[in-house]
Write a protein that binds this ligand. Structure first.
Ligand SMILES: Cc1cc2nc3c(=O)[nH]c(=O)nc-3n(C[C@H](O)[C@H](O)[C@H](O)COP(=O)(O)OP(=O)(O)OC[C@H]3O[C@@H](n4cnc5c(N)ncnc54)[C@H](O)[C@@H]3O)c2cc1C
Length: 502
C-alpha cells in the first residue's frame, strides 16, 4: 500500500480537501474503541453525495485499498468506528445528513446515513409531526441507518427496527448503485410504502454485511399514539425470571403488548446504588393506543402477570403521573427511581437521550455528540445472545453466564429483551479499567462467554469490529453462497473484508 500521505493526496483528486482527513488526532480518535482496543485507519473521508461514494469505491479498486463505512460511528461496545483491519480508509457518512422526505399520511421517512436520532427527533418535533421514531439507548448522536443495518433494536412498538425498512440505496464493491424494493422502478407509486417489491428481497443482504455502502434508506415511522402507559414490574424473588418470561411471551404473542419489553437484573437496573423499589428482576414495557384501549390493555397486563408471577410490584405510569412523580422528586423528597423511570419513558415515547451513556460512563456532563471514547478511564464490551422466549431457556442462559461472571470476578449485568414475541435478546456487558492487562482479560472473558453461549445453542444477534472471531462459523453452503455473491459484486474485496466473517 502507498504511504498514508500519498493515499490522502490521491483522494483529493476527486474529493475536496476538507473531505479527506488524516491528521494524527483524527486517526487516533477513529482508532480508539470504548472496549480499550485500537485499530488505526490510514485516512478518514467524508463524502457528501452518493456519487462521491461511487468514486471512492472505484478509487479503492484501482489502488487496492479497503474501505470501511460508518454512518456516525457510535457502534459503542461493538468496535465503535473501527474498521475490520488497520490501514483502511474509513468512509464516514455523517455529512450525508439530509432528511429527504417525511410522508405524514403514510408514516414513512427517507433519509441519508448521517442523520442522527437526535436530528430526526428535532426535525419531527419542529414540524409538529404526528409521527415518532423508534429510539435506542445509544444517545442523541448515534445514527438511525447504521443501527438499522446492524439490526439493532429500540424501545417502542417499532423496536424491531429492520422490520420497518422499506427500501435502501446501496453502492456495491464495483461502484454500482442498487435500489431495493420498488425504489429502483421509475414511476412506482408504492416505492416508499411497499417493502417487498417483486422477486427476491435484497435488503437483508446489506445488513450485517460488507456487500454495499448504504447512502439512503426509507423506513416506517410510528404514528404517535393517543395514550402511552409505561408498565414497570419488580420482583424481589431471584427465582422469578422464568415466570416473568412466560408472562412476557404471552402478552407479546397475543399482540396486546407490542413494544419491546426489557427485563433487567438488579445490577443492570441500578448498579450498586441502594434502591428499595428495585428487585432481583425488573421489567419495563409500554402499552399504547386510544385511551380506552390502553385502559383495557392495562387490565389484561395485570391479569397475565397475576397468572404467572407471584410476589411482585407492578406500576403503570402515564405522562400525567410521571409529572407528579417529578414534582415530588424535585420539591418534596428525592426519589432515587425517578431518573430511571423518566429515561425509560423517554425511550418508549421516541425521545432520544444521552442518559444511558452517562450512566454507563459515569459522566454526568457527557454530551454524546462530543464523545471521545479513548478519553474514558472506564472500558466496556458487550456480550449478546438470542434465546427462545421461554422460561427454561432464559434460566439456562442466565445461570451459565452468571457462573462465568462470578468465577472471573466481574459484576453480572444483564438484560433480556423481548424484541419480537418469540425471541429474547440477551445483552450483558463487562466494565473494566483502561489498562493493557484488564483489556486483554476482558477480551478473553467475552470470548469465553460467547463460546459458552454458542455451545449451549444461544447464538449472537450481532457482532462488531474486533469481535468477529467470537462468531460461530457460517454453515458451509451458506458461506459458499455468500462468498460467491461477494466475489461477483466486489471482486477485489474493497468493502470491509472479514466483516461478519465474509
Ligand atoms: C449506553 C448504550 C446504549 C445502547 N443502546 C442500544 C440500543 O438500545 N439498541 C441498539 O441496537 N444498540 C444500542 N447500543 C449499541 C450502539 O451504540 C448502537 O447500536 C449505535 O446506534 C450504533 O452506532 P451508529 O448508529 O452511529 O452506527 P455506525 O457505528 O455508524 O454503524 C454501525 C455498523 O453498521 C455499519 N454501517 C453503518 N453505516 C453504514 C452504511 N451507510 N453502509 C454500510 N454499512 C454501514 C458499520 O460498518 C458498522 O458495522 C448502545 C450502546 C451504548 C453504549
Amino acid at each position: 500500500m502507498e504511504s498514508d500521505l500519498l493515499l490522502a493526496g490521491s483522494l483529493t483528486e476527486f474529493l475536496s480537501a476538507e473531505a479527506v482527513v488524516n491528521d494524527e488526532a483524527t486517526l487516533n480518535r477513529y482508532a480508539a474503541s470504548i472496549n480499550g482496543t485500537t485499530c488505526r485507519p490510514a485516512a478518514v473521508v467524508f463524502p457528501v453525495h452518493t456519487d462521491d461514494v461511487v468514486s471512492l469505491v472505484r478509487w479503492a479498486n484501482q489502488k487496492r485499498v479497503t474501505l470501511y463505512a460508518i454512518s456516525r460511528g457510535r457502534n459503542l461496545g461493538y468496535g465503535d468506528a473501527q474498521g475490520t483491519a488497520i490501514g483502511q480508509v474509513i468512509v464516514d457518512l455523517s455529512r450525508m445528513d439530509n432528511i429527504l422526505e417525511v410522508d405524514e399520511k403514510l408514516g414513512t421517512v427517507t433519509l441519508q446515513p448521517g442523520v442522527s436520532q437526535g436530528a430526526l427527533y428535532t426535525h419531527l418535533t419542529e414540524r409538529k409531526s404526528r409521527l415518532m421514531l423508534d429510539v435506542t439507548g445509544a444517545g442523541t448522536a448515534a445514527s438511525v441507518v447504521g443501527n438499522m443495518l446492524e439490526r439493532g433494536f429500540g424501545h417502542t412498538e417499532y423496536g424491531d427496527r429492520f422490520a420497518t425498512v422499506i427500501s435502501l440505496c446501496a453502492v456495491t464493491g464495483e461502484g454500482k448503485i442498487i435500489r431495493t424494493g420498488f425504489s429502483g422502478y421509475s414511476g412506482a407509486r408504492t416505492a416508499s410504502t411497499y417493502r417487498y417489491g417483486i422477486g427476491p428481497m435484497l435488503d437483508g443482504l446489506f445488513t450485517q454485511s460488507n456487500l454495499g455502502i448504504i447512502t439512503e434508506m426509507t423506513f416506517e415511522l410510528m404514528p404517535r399514539p393517543e395514550a402511552v402507559s409505561m408498565f414497570v414490574l419488580s420482583s424481589k424473588n431471584e427465582d422469578s425470571l422464568s415466570a416473568i418470561v412466560e408472562a412476557v411471551r404471552e402478552m407479546r404473542l397475543s399482540g396486546v403488548v407490542r413494544s419491546a419489553v426489557h427485563i433487567a437484573n438488579r445490577s443492570r437496573a441500578v448498579g450498586e446504588k441502594d434502591n428499595k423499589l428495585v428487585g432481583a428482576w425488573n421489567l419495563s414495557g409500554a402499552i399504547t393506543g386510544p385511551s380506552a384501549v390502553v385502559r383495557a390493555k392495562k387490565r389484561y397486563v395485570k391479569k397475565v402477570f397475576r397468572q404467572h408471577v407471584s410476589r411482585y410490584s407492578l406500576w403503570f405510569f402515564g405522562k400525567r403521573l410521571l409529572k407528579i412523580v417529578r414534582w415530588i422528586h424535585e420539591h418534596i423528597f428525592r426519589l432515587e427511581v425517578y431518573n430511571a423511570l423518566r429515561d425509560i419513558y423517554d425511550l418508549q415515547t421516541g425521545v432520544p437521550t444521552d442518559e444511558p451513556l452517562r450512566t454507563l460512563l459515569n459522566d454526568d456532563r457527557l454530551n454524546s455528540s462530543e464523545l471521545k471514547t479513548g478519553d474514558y478511564s472506564t472500558c466496556f464490551s458487550w456480550i449478546n445472545a438470542t434465546i427462545p422466549a421461554n422460561g427454561e431457556d432464559a434460566e439456562t442462559a442466565i445461570q451459565l453466564l452468571e457462573k462465568l461472571f462470578k468465577e472471573n470476578d466481574y459484576e453480572f449485568r444483564v438484560t433480556l429483551t423481548a424484541e419480537t414475541p418469540r425471541t429474547l435478546v440477551l445483552i450483558s456487558n463487562v466494565t473494566y479499567p483502561r489498562t493493557t492487562a484488564e483489556i486483554i482479560r476482558a477480551q478473553d472473558f467475552t470470548a469465553k462467554c460467547s463460546s459458552a453461549l454458542i455451545n449451549a445453542g444461544y447464538l449472537p444477534y450481532r457482532s462488531g469490529s474486533g469481535m468477529y472471531d467470537n462468531l460461530p462459523a457460517i454453515p458451509e453452503e451458506t458461506y459458499s453462497f455468500l462468498k460467491s455473491i461477494k466475489t461477483a459484486t466486489d471482486p477485489n474485496s474493497v468493502l470491509a473484508p472479514g466483516k461478519y466473517r465474509i
